[in-house]
Design a protein around this ligand. Structure first.
Ligand code: F6R
Length: 609
């Protein structure tokens, strides 16, 4: 949600900034801009639309300068126009800022500034910040930023430069992610690691309330007072190839195809065959501590919330412990019953989702033990929870989450196994579960080899639809929700996910010969029930596409089309049933000419509430 990048060093900044923005475009893509300082002052260039519009405009007019800042925007305050694009400047036009977050008291600060003669060019909260710093500025950017930040409320990851101090870049963080990249005599700031990988793998993760002052000699971290803070330099283990498409038509497709490997990486090192359990030592919980929890709350947003629902089925079924799944945005604003005997699991690909982070903080405040299932190493959630499991799925760049989802389910299976073995699961059952987990990457690879079949179904049943229904039962009900979400977010076809039997209580009214209905129907404990639901749809003329196991003649006879999925344990079926649904939405979106990796109005990493 908005990407920011800054550079100071010996090289020309503009090209580096554009390249950095290109790698962060998934964070927001409705407008972009850069500012650099050179001997002639501050040069600001910005444009509404995708980054390519700005790149086009700068093609023959790249501003020179070896210090600069860049921004790719996901609009919060003000429409996605060129005046509202970042960077924003102060009244003098000599100080520029980029910002990710929301300044909550910008209205009152703006009115006060206007009374003092300030005029504004945009509708944004960020421009207010630039003017405030300008007002405090007396030849020391670092101090002016610190003073201004003491006056504002809200969230920010930001960076300032000034025409009067061409050797200083000042960055600050409160609530929005920010890290410092430490290169060879050059330094960067960025919202995430992806724009840095080409230049350095050494990063310093900033925490809330911290400022970074980057000069041509080095960097230092301080708080808003003046206290210097010493921070470790961390090494990122992602490499450049991981954030590139590598010949794939889209990041989403690449990430779908990576799932045999990402699943393998999530499971790696955790499965203890002999004991029939999972190591998950990162939870930082002893067996005694784990046994003491009386209930579990899993909190997340979007796709991660769907994986949480699957976790509920697994944990209740195998570990016989009560589980509740909460939308993070709701959990934080109610009065949940949470105490020391509650384990709260937060799930987040990015580790930066504002609502999930706030829910975890709320759980901690109420005395709960918190655990994170997070993909991005060093992200805020990963650093704030008491323990957790890194998914190790590798960077997910496509805005629609795919490989992170299956890795979340796999990580939930690991936690389930560990807790279940401490409660009621036998060593034999534990070993069987491990065996099934180990087979999953190959089974997923087998599904991917048949992607062409899914492409045909996409063309035949969904490409020209305006609506679609996804139905599943039991642990595959959340998969129905996820399949519907994938379709609507990237192809803009309205889709609903429902427990198959609930269809009779309303959605059945929608069914006619134009309605494709995707059934997730592996041969599991509720198979016979889902067959009845398919009959009900067929009786009303609906088009049935069913995911079934090999040899399911009963559903083959009923459905308009089927796709076979490999057998696995009932509770693990979501990992194999979700893959064809990811492919289905992908092929539909491609056929409809949609921007698969950057769907409209969305952004990866939702760092505002
Ligand atoms: C959908 C999608 C979103 C995210 C949600 C949570 O494809 O990607 O629904 O799942 O914004 O994001 P994380 O997992 O980063 O907290």
């Amino acid at each position: 949600m908005c990407g920011i990048v800054g550079y100071i060093g010996p090289r020309q900044a503009a090209g580096l900034l554009l390249e950095g923005l290109r790698r962060m475009e998934y964070r927001g893509y409705d407008s972009s801009g850069i500012a650099v300082v050179n001997g002639n002052g501050l040069k600001v260039r910005k444009a509404a639309g995708k980054l390519s519009v700005l790149e086009q405009e700068l093609q023959d007019d790249m501003p020179s300068g070896t210090i600069g800042i860049g921004h790719t925007r996901w609009a919060t305050h003000g429409a996605p126009t060129t005046p509202n694009a970042h960077p924003h400047t102060d009244q003098s036009g000599r100080i520029a800022v980029i910002h990710n977050g929301i300044i909550e008291n910008s209205g009152s600060v703006r009115r006060a500034l206007e009374l003092r003669g300030h005029t504004f060019k945009s509708e944004t909260d960020t421009e207010v910040l630039a003017h405030l710093v300008g007002e405090f500025y007396q030849g020391n950017l670092e101090e002016a930023v610190a003073m201004a930040l003491r006056e504002v409320e809200g969230a920010y990851g930001l960076a300032f430069i000034s025409a009067d101090e061409p050797g200083v870049l000042v960055a600050a963080r409160k609530g929005s992610p920010l890290l410092v990249g430490v290169g060879e005599q050059e330094w960067f700031v960025a919202s995430d690691a992806s724009p840095l990988l080409q230049h350095t793998r050494s990063v310093v993760y900033m925490d809330d309330g911290e400022m970074a002052v980057l000069t041509r000699e080095g960097y230092r971290i301080r708080n808003l007072e003046t206290t210097r803070i010493s921070k470790p330099v961390n090494q990122i283990d992602w490499d450049l190839a991981m954030v590139e498409r590598n010949g794939h038509p889209h990041f989403m497709f690449k990430e779908i195809c990576e799932q045999p490997e990402s699943l393998h990486n999530t499971l790696r090192g955790h499965l203890l065959e002999d004991e029939g359990t999972a190591r998950v030592s990162g939870l930082n919980l002893s067996d005694e501590e784990l046994k003491q929890f009386e209930r579990i709350i899993i909190t997340a947003c979007g796709t991660s919330w769907h994986s949480a629902l699957i976790g509920e089925y697994m944990l209740e079924e195998m570990a016989r412990i009560p589980v509740e799944v909460e939308y993070a945005s709701e959990f934080r604003y109610r009065n949940p019953v949470v105490d020391q005997r509650t384990l709260v699991i937060g799930i987040s690909q990015s580790g930066e989702t504002a609502d999930t982070l706030a829910a975890i903080r709320e759980a901690k405040r109420r005395g709960a033990r918190t655990v994170g299932l997070v993909n991005v190493v060093g992200s805020t959630i990963a650093r704030e929870v008491d323990g957790g499991i890194y998914l190790h799925a590798g960077p997910e760049v496509g805005v629609a989450s795919t490989k992170a989802f299956t890795s979340q389910v796999a990580a939930l299976a690991l936690i389930t196994l560990r807790i279940a073995r401490l409660r009621n699961l036998s060593i034999l059952q534990g070993r069987q579960f491990i065996q099934a987990l180990r087979l999953l990457p190959d089974k997923v690879a087998g599904i991917l080899e048949r992607a062409g079949e899914v492409e045909q179904l996409a063309e035949r049943f969904l490409r020209n639809s305006t609506n679609a229904l996804y139905l599943g039962r039991g642990v595959n009900f959340p998969v129905a929700l996820e399949g519907a979400l994938k379709l609507k977010e990237i192809s803009y076809i309205h889709a609903e996910g429902y427990p198959a039997a609930e269809m009779k209580h309303g959605p059945i009214a929608l069914i006619d010969e134009n309605m494709p209905v995707v059934f997730i129907a592996p041969r599991d404990a509720v198979h016979s029930k889902i067959v009845s639901n398919i009959e009900e749809v067929k009786a009303r003329g609906g088009k049935v596409i069913a995911l079934i196991n090999e040899g399911d003649k009963e559903i083959e006879r009923l459905a308009d089309a089927t796709l076979t999925i490999p057998d696995t344990l009932d509770l693990l079926t979501p990992i194999v049933t979700s893959i064809p649904l990811q492919l289905l939405s992908y092929y539909v979106a491609v056929a409809r000419g949609c921007n698969v990796d950057q769907p409209r109005n969305l952004a990866k990493s939702v760092t505002v509430e």
